[in-house]
Design a protein. Sequence first.
Length: 156
Amino acid sequence: MSREEKVPFLGNVTHKLDPKSRVAIPAGWRSAQGEVLIMIEAMSEGYRILKCYTRGSFAQKIEEIRRHAVEHGVTPGEVDQYVGKITGCSFEAEVSTQGKLLIPKPQRERMNLTDTATIVGRGDYFEIWVPAQFEATNTAEALGKLKLDQLFHFLS
C-alpha cells in the first residue's frame, strides 16, 4: 500500500523551528524515516507558502496538470514550459530520522518565517505557513469571502 493510500494529510499544527531551522512533521504524516518530499514555493490568499508533496503525489499533480491542459487545448510546448517552471522552482527535502523537515534559508527569508511554522494538511500534500498569516486566512471574515463556502456553508 502506498503512503498516499494510508494517511492523508489532515489538520494543522504549529511548531517551533529548531536551531537548525527544521520543523517537526506530525508523526501520523511520516510513513518512514528518511522520506524525501518535493517542496515548492507558492502563493495562497496573497501569502507566500511552501507546498510539500510526496514524490508520488507530486508526479500525480504534474500528470493532472498535463491532462487538464491538453483537455483545454493548451499546446504541448506550452504545457512543457509551464511544467518546467513548476519543476524549476521545486526542490527535494528529506525528513530526518527525528521526523523533522529542513526549511532552507532562502525560502524562510522570502516567507518571513522566523521561530514557528504552521503545517496545514491539504489531503494529498501539506503546506507550511507563517502562523499569523494562516490564522488571518481563517477568520470569519476571510471564510465569508470564499465563494464555495457561500454555496456549501461547510466552514461557516
